[in-house]
Design a protein around this ligand. Sequence first.
Ligand code: G
Ligand code: G
Ligand code: G
Ligand code: MN
Ligand code: NA
Length: 253
Amino acid sequence: LLMENRLWQALERKEFELYLQPQVELASRRVIGAEVLLRWHHPELGMVGPDRFIPIAEESGLILPLGEWVLQQTVDLLSRWKGSLRLAVNLSARQCSGVSLLPLLDRLLRESGIDPALLELEITESAAMQDPERSRDLLRELRARGIKVAIDDFGTGYSSLSYLKLFEIDRIKIDRGFVKDIESDPNDAVIVSATIGLAHSLGLGVVAEGVETEAQVAFLRGKFCNEAQGYLFARPMPVGEFEALAGSLPVPA
Ligand code: G
Ligand code: G
Ligand code: G
Ligand code: MN
Ligand code: NA
């Protein structure tokens, strides 16, 4: 409860900050965008990661005003950048099942005039499968507005393939749990390879998450994986650092 109260104050006190983790085109290593990852500067605890506060925010309902703040900040960045770089925002289950997301996005798109295709929303299988019918309608509405939709942590849910059949999406993010051991674990190599092939066959983009080694890059390029994200390229970083990096492409490995 203490943590919960502090979280509500944190929003008013502007203790949250967007961090951006670059996403690169694998063939060129050019930065093509970033995933938005929230950070909390707690006055006593220091930097607190989202794994520790997103579940509490989700439980308490704070995720709605917090998620709105994240989307507003993200759209402000896209508006300031005027084109080319994409930003991907994580949506929680509560944001997907609520009624406020579409009106919020409509307002943000109208006020900013940004190209909706530069905004991508990441939804995990487990969040979408809490209410599949509703999620299907939501994703359809998002895509009707030109907003991109990615499945996050693909392969870790209980229904990845039915998800592909049920939902209209633009991109698959291969969970880093599969990428981690592609060099050493033949099963993971097969799973990643098949997922990339599946994405291509369905006309979807594919991002490999958690790329940490050149050997992983070589494997992924060999399978024609389009895009990647991971510590090899860059860790999540403050917006100013990302802007400096994106101004000096490509990323040195
Ligand atoms: O950087 P990492 O520790 O940065 O992020 C951990 C998890 O927190 C990720 O799985 C990510 O999906 C989640 N997360 C990060 N930022 C946000 C956010 O703004 N909203 C939601 N709902 N989840 C987030
Ligand atoms: O405008 P310029 O040629 O410097 O842009 C270089 C790259 O940085 C482009 O890919 C551009 O899209 C990207 N970029 C977009 N907005 C910004 C920004 O606000 N700051 C920086 N440094 N780069 C940006
Ligand atoms: O939403 P999602 O769970 O996919 O969020 C990405 C998470 O993965 C964040 O916590 C981010 O900090 C983390 N991450 C990003 N790149 C790497 C990486 O190369 N290795 C590891 N171990 N974690 C990563
Ligand atoms: Mn994500
Ligand atoms: Na993920």
